[in-house]
Design a protein around this ligand. Structure first.
Ligand code: DQQ
Length: 549
């Protein structure tokens, strides 16, 4: 078992050690801020190595980095949730009163929407939650499939009514069912869903929120008006990826219409092009920001998870805001993460020629934070973007042009979790293409294919995750990359957070002190590492030392 613990993360949120004799499905339920404390609720199986028995595990923190585990907040106990307490969201009601909406599975295994409230509002940690007997609040209507109706959102208030979305599907159409209430108790289904899209299947964990058109500050979930744009994010059950659209929320009709630059379905934008699912955002009024949190489940087999006694990590919380052109969301790890930075090394004006890799020495490369800016002399040698690829997604293009395939401008980037002689490595890199219209197209990849020497016949998912990066390199010919490396997870942020990719990997050689970090270039055009700073990352502390438990 010792070997398997090599992949346990050092600074990402995982359920605490003394609870690890089971399988953890840490799909985010509902992050929330209340009276100086952040709460994370997550889906957790306390009983065994397979998915099931889902309860709402509960952890609290003062800084979103150092966590303390509390007893589960919600677990099956009443007729309206006896078969399961599934995902949901928190809302802070007027008078500073938190309330949770969650999906219960009743005796007939119907998915119904319930509420829970704190037993004692003056307990700073809100340890105990009550599920009143007037539950459920919302049941599936005749037209609905009662096993495809779940994951209520945070409520927003407008013009005398509270509103929530519940995820669902009709035939193969993904649905964001809309409900309204005056008193938060009596809910009425709106005639039309807020939004829906064909051929997307069940919409799990919908999230609907506004972002300011100017600046990076977050706004309350109920904010509407000309100075915000709305985002609708959904998690697709069948394909296990998420996408989001940006659009306009027409409050009179209670309809959301995505912008024409923003599409539903397979070609949609993603908050993260890697292993990232069931994400949720919340507004943090203490720091005026909107924070996004996702779940990165395992890429190994169920037997591996049983052997290591745990599965699933939370990504580092990210601040989200709108790009200046309002065409996408931009993300960056919360500032508080920097308190874990330890030993630091720098590199500057380092030239990297085709075929070269340069080691970044002096940090714990298995547990690190790296920020780098690459500068390119010219884009002239960029290889042509094959017109046959026009309908391929970025991931497929990356699998055709991996980090060891030489190019014109790029591939260049980082080799993370690399063994000394590169038997194993997870490259995170850019490749610049030229299109027929003489425009540049930038591909960012985080490729798990070469991440582990474990045989390919083993059930280890090693995808070449990738996304395009919407940047114009022609002006300053620079692009930045940040990677959070943590034993079995690499979370990367391209071009200041325009394209984000999380990979889960399981190296056999590149572990602990035997893991290395390199900068590399496999393109004809030389690349300069203008600046690079890398830090060893410390482990967070158990918070009860500071929090007087
Ligand atoms: N898992 C939950 C559901 C949600 C899905 C059950 C997301 O509520 O739809 O644990 O992973």
């Amino acid at each position: 078992v010792e070997v398997n613990q090599l992949h346990r993360t050092g600074y990402h949120f995982q359920p605490p050690k003394h609870w690890i004799n089971g399988k953890y499905d840490t799909n985010t339920n509902s992050p929330m801020y209340f009276n100086g404390i952040y709460h994370l609720f997550y889906q957790y199986n306390p009983k065994g190595a397979v998915w099931g028995n889902i309860v709402w595990a509960h952890s609290v923190s003062k800084d979103l980095i150092n966590w303390e585990a509390l007893p589960p907040a919600i677990y099956p106990s009443k007729p309206f949730d006896i078969n399961g307490t599934w995902s949901g969201s928190a809302t802070i009601l007027p008078g500073n009163k938190p309330i949770i909406l969650y999906t219960g599975l009743d005796a007939d295994k119907r998915q119904i929407q319930n509420y829970a409230v704190p037993a004692n509002y003056s307990d700073p940690f809100l340890r105990e939650w009550i599920k009143p007997d007037d539950n459920p609040l919302v049941v599936p209507s005749q037209e609905m499939n009662s096993s495809q109706f779940r994951d209520p959102t945070t409520a927003w208030w407008h013009n005398g009514h509270w509103r929530i979305l519940v995820g669902g599907k009709r035939k193969h159409r993904g649905m964001a069912w809309l409900y309204r209430s005056i008193d938060f108790k009596y809910w009425v289904k709106a005639k039309h869903p807020l939004h829906s899209a064909p051929e997307t299947g069940m919409w799990e964990c919908p999230d609907f929120f506004p972002l300011a058109l100017n600046g990076r500050s977050g706004v309350d979930t109920s904010k509407v008006g000309e100075d915000v744009k709305h985002i609708l994010k959904v998690s697709l059950d069948e394909t296990r990826y998420e996408y989001y659209t940006l659009g306009k929320y027409f409050t009179e009709k209670d309809r959301y219409v995505p912008d024409n630059t923003s599409v539903d379905g397979r070609a949609g934008l993603r908050l993260d092009y890697g292993n990232f699912y069931a994400s949720k955002t919340f507004f943090d009024p203490s720091k005026n920001r909107r924070i996004l949190w996702g779940w990165a489940n395992e890429s190994d087999a169920a037997d591996d998870d049983k052997a290591k006694g745990w599965a699933g990590v939370q990504t580092i919380p990210r601040v989200v805001w709108l790009s200046p052109d309002a065409k996408q969301v931009v993300q960056w790890p919360i500032k508080e993460l920097e308190t874990l930075r330890g030993q630091k090394v720098d590199m500057s004006n380092q030239n990297v020629q085709q075929g070269q890799h340069v080691e970044v020495k002096g940090i714990t490369a298995a547990q690190a934070d790296v920020e780098v800016t690459f500068s390119l002399g010219s884009l002239d040698k960029a290889e042509e973007f094959d017109p046959n690829w026009a309908n391929l997604d970025a991931q497929t293009v990356c699998s055709l042009r991996r980090s060891d395939v030489p190019g014109g401008v790029g591939p260049f980037g980082l080799l993370t979790l690399a063994s000394q002689n590169l038997e194993e490595f997870t490259p995170v890199f850019f490749r610049v293409f030229k299109t027929k219209e003489n425009k540049h197209k930038v591909l960012m990849c985080s490729d798990a294919k070469s991440s582990s020497l474990r045989p390919f016949n083993e059930k280890l998912y090693r995808p070449s995750f990738a996304g395009f990066v919407d940047v114009d390199l022609s002006a300053d010919k620079k692009i930045s990359l940040r990677s959070l490396i943590d034993h079995s997870v690499v979370e990367s942020f391209g071009a200041g957070g325009k394209t984000c990719i999380t990979s889960r990997v399981y190296p056999t050689l590149a572990v602990n002190d035997a893991a290395h970090l390199f900068v590399f270039n496999n393109g004809i055009e030389p690349v300069t590492v203008q600046t690079l700073t890398a830090w060893s990352m410390n482990a967070p502390q158990q918070m009860n030392q500071n929090l007087e438990f």
